[in-house]
Design a protein around this ligand. Structure first.
Ligand SMILES: [Zn+2]
Ligand SMILES: [Zn+2]
Length: 277
């Protein structure tokens, strides 16, 4: 626990900066599976999203922490009714945060108003580690951030487990989005329980049949359990959304205002090349 306490004491923004430096550098040095161009300008556009998020979070994180601490001080939520060792509570708390995020993520694909914000993340036609930053800040704060408060209200999870959840979440996010070749065999081993890059690559397909799948962030178990698990061969992958497939629509300014624009969803129907693995 001591190591964990020390880790959680580090400013999360420094941890995220560390992750992007490591993953983005590896993408430039190693042989990548997808040969994308203009990596620096792509990085720049995506980093702008993170800057806005960090600024807005100055206010929101205080609200989030205050809300969860208030819930905890009143012993609200399932975990307050159970006698469990600390480590078990921690692992279960991570699973609670992750399963809530799974259902919220699934809702963002189904509810048109939420999709307007969430499609910003899916718009990236040349996905790499910086795509981790490409979320509309209002989605992260008002949808997923409030989701964590709901998790604490229902299950009694605390701020410490949320901090640990975010650390693991961002590690998985960079791992899943990075344009890197990973060892073969991940999908059939760790991938039975955890989300692997190939799972999340399927989620970023232009074909809506695949976009609407593999919603989990950390535990792929949720997709396997709730019938949203899909796989396809890496060679057939094409990232992004058809309606955002132009240089103008890949810019930060266009994307930040895009939830307030009427953009028709254009997608092919169920893919001919579908394969369930
Ligand atoms: Zn999604
Ligand atoms: Zn993603």
């Amino acid at each position: 626990m001591d190591v964990l306490n020390k880790l959680m004491a580090i400013d999360p923004n420094y941890i995220i900066m560390g992750f992007i430096v490591i993953f983005f550098s590896l993408e430039q040095i190693l042989k990548a599976p997808f040969d994308f161009k203009n990596r620096i300008s792509h990085l720049f556009q995506n980093v702008l999203f993170q800057i806005i998020l960090v600024l807005l979070n100055v206010f929101f994180v205080t609200f989030q922490v205050y809300s969860i601490e208030w819930l905890n001080s009143n012993n609200i939520g399932l975990l307050y009714m159970l006698e469990l060792p600390i480590w078990a509570k921690l692992v279960i708390s991570l699973m609670f945060y992750d399963i809530t995020a799974y259902w919220i993520h699934r809702a963002t694909h189904v509810i048109p108003l939420l999709w307007r914000f969430h499609r910003v993340h899916h718009s990236d036609t040349s996905m790499d580690s910086s795509t981790v930053f490409r979320f509309h800040p209002l989605e992260l704060i008002l949808v997923f951030g409030v989701g964590n408060i709901i998790t604490a209200a229902l299950f009694g999870t605390d701020v410490f487990s949320m901090a640990l959840y975010y650390f693991i979440l961002y590690l998985f996010f960079f791992f899943e989005h990075a344009n890197l070749n990973y060892p073969r065999g991940l999908n059939s081993t760790l991938g039975l329980v955890f989300v692997m890059p190939d799972h999340h690559r399927v989620h970023h397909q232009q074909d809506q049949y695949y976009t609407d799948s593999n919603y989990a962030d950390i535990f792929i178990l949720w997709d396997r359990l709730f019938g949203s698990y899909k796989m396809m061969p890496v060679e057939k992958m094409k990232y992004g959304l058809v309606e955002f497939d132009s240089a103008h629509r890949q810019s930060f300014l266009y994307l930040i205002k895009s939830p307030f624009l009427s953009i028709k969803r254009t997608s092919k129907n169920k893919s001919e090349t579908q394969t369930r693995l």
